[in-house]
Design a binder for this molecule. Structure first.
Ligand SMILES: Nc1ncnc2c1ncn2[C@@H]1O[C@H](COP(=O)(O)OP(=O)(O)OP(=O)(O)O)[C@@H](O)[C@H]1O
Ligand SMILES: [Mg+2]
Length: 475
């Protein structure tokens, strides 16, 4: 057998490989049949998916063919008249069951489904795996007066926070401005709410005062659903943060107003601290059991007194109950502080400052169970104030100047979850996001605005009984 000598540098001869693909011959009629069948199947799918268009169209065509164009026009006019009457007679049910279901379907088809796949890709929510493209599935669109709620089945590996971070991008992609994602009870789904109109654009008038305040739900303003927003004070402290002019005063006054019935009957005692010289709270003096302003030493003294009251009460309640229930003898004590930083950071006398900090720390950590609550406003979310932040189970962020301040005051990832306090315009004072301990999504609220006259009227109408009156009531 001859041996081939391969000398380095020589080219190895390569035999050409002969590959021939098998050829399938399909008759032309089969191809046409396949195309027609596929087209028909797609048409049926579309007709079923958009039944709200196909069914009326078929009915209209049938009516016209059976009874003529005049009957069709008469039926159409009759239907329009029925809708008009429904709207005039009962607009709420017409909007809920008639109008918005139509708007939802039209917007789902025209705005969302049409661009869904491309928007998912450009916003980074679609993915490619093993050569296949996966797009989250759009399940439902529900529109109301102010926005659209889009329910989506997420891809494996996605969490609602991913959608929260992209919500604004999505909103712009669908030609809107604001989007907010929230989780649902099903772990594979997320709801993204896109806002078309701001439900909180108008000023909210003071809300009615309840004679006995409901501490589990004090009405302070209006939520995005147009219903009164109720805040739980029982077992909580409230921190309100906002830039200057953000409307911190309106939150404080709304809260004071919601407690006014209890102030008059003696169930609630308000202790007011206004370190900015009494400018904000002075008009409510008749409502306050204590009013401290200006002088840091006197404010430290009043705080010490509050701590003493708290300790005495704790000693009395120990072993009797675990949660204080307000009575005229043992009223709920609410400390309202207009500028927390003025007590904890701006005071130059270090001794007084430390005394105040110590008292505040004690009140915040031990007051809730014995009916001593702190409601504090804060303009400047700096480090000195932050140690107290986590002691406030309820935090409210009004307009803030920097995006970083949002998480600083409201807690980690609050901004990603939708608390866009830095985006609240200056033209919307009193709008803010409420974050509650243990609740993931912030709630957007507009707090009621009390004019100076409202405050004076409140002071006159619900002034607290002085001590002699109190004794008579107790007797
Ligand atoms: N809820 C509200 N609705 C409508 N307007 C409001 C509301 N709250 C405040 N405003 C308007 O904004 C102005 C500033 O509000 P406010 O004094 O409460 O701000 P602030 O946050 O307390 O500011 P500062 O830190 O300077 O005290 C008010 O004079 C009022 O005109
Ligand atoms: Mg103020």
């Amino acid at each position: 057998m001859p041996l081939i000598n391969i000398i380095p540098g020589d080219k190895i001869p390569v035999a050409p490989m002969n590959v021939r693909l098998p050829a399938w011959r399909i008759p032309g009629w089969l191809l046409v049949f396949w195309w027609l069948a596929r087209g028909l199947f797609r048409l049926v799918v579309l007709a079923v998916r958009y039944w709200w268009i196909s069914v009326p169209t078929v009915l209209a065509l049938w009516t016209r063919a059976e009874f003529g164009g005049r009957v069709l026009a008469a039926v159409t006019l009759g239907l329009a008249a029925v809708c008009l009457c429904w709207w005039r007679l009962h607009p709420v049910s017409w909007l809920r069951f008639g109008w918005y279901p139509i708007v939802s379907r039209v917007r789902a088809a025209v705005v969302y489904r049409r661009r869904w796949a491309s928007v998912m890709s450009t916003c980074g929510l679609a993915t490619v795996f093993a050569g296949d493209r996966y797009v989250p599935r759009l399940l439902k669109v529900r529109c109301d007066r102010f926005g659209d709620e889009v329910t989506v089945r997420m891809l494996p590996g996605q969490i609602p926070d991913d959608w929260g971070q992209t919500a604004e991008r999505l909103a712009y992609a669908f030609r809107l401005r604001t989007g907010q994602a929230r989780s649902t009870d099903r772990p594979d789904r997320v709801v993204v709410r896109f806002q078309r109109r701001d439900p909180l654009a108008g000023v909210v008038a003071p809300l009615p005062v309840a004679e006995v305040p409901d501490l589990d739900g004090l009405a302070l303003g209006v939520g995005e659903d147009g219903q009164p927003y109720r805040l739980r004070l029982a077992g909580s402290h409230v921190l309100i943060a906002g830039a200057t002019g953000a409307g911190k005063g309106s939150v404080l006054w709304s809260l004071i107003r919601s407690l006014a019935g209890g102030i008059r009957s003696g169930l609630v005692e308000l202790w007011a601290f206004d370190p900015k010289g009494g400018m904000e709270l002075a008009a409510g003096v008749p409502l306050f059991a204590r009013f401290a302003y200006d002088d840091p030493d006197s404010m430290a003294g009043v705080l010490d007194e509050a701590v003493k009251r708290m300790r005495l009460r704790a000693a009395r309640l120990r072993g009797v109950t675990r949660q204080h229930v307000p009575t005229v003898d043992e009223p709920l004590i609410v400390l309202v502080i207009d500028e927390l930083a003025a007590l904890t950071a701006y005071i130059t006398d270090r001794k007084v400052r430390d005394r105040i900090k110590e008292s505040l720390g004690l009140l915040l950590s031990q007051g809730r169970a014995v009916g001593v609550h702190v409601v504090a406003a804060l303009q400047d979310p700096r480090k000195d104030v932050l140690p107290f932040r986590d002691l406030f189970p309820t935090r409210i962020g009004l307009r803030l100047t920097e995006p970083e301040q949002v998480d600083m005051v409201l807690g980690d990832a609050a901004r990603d979850r939708g608390a866009l306090c830095d985006r609240i315009p200056e033209s919307a004072p009193g709008v803010g996001f409420v974050v509650l301990d243990g609740v993931r999504e912030p709630v957007r609220v507009r707090f009621a605005y009390l004019t100076d006259d409202d405050i004076r009227h409140l002071g006159r109408t619900y002034r607290r009984l002085d001590d002699t009156d109190q004794q008579e009531v107790t007797a």
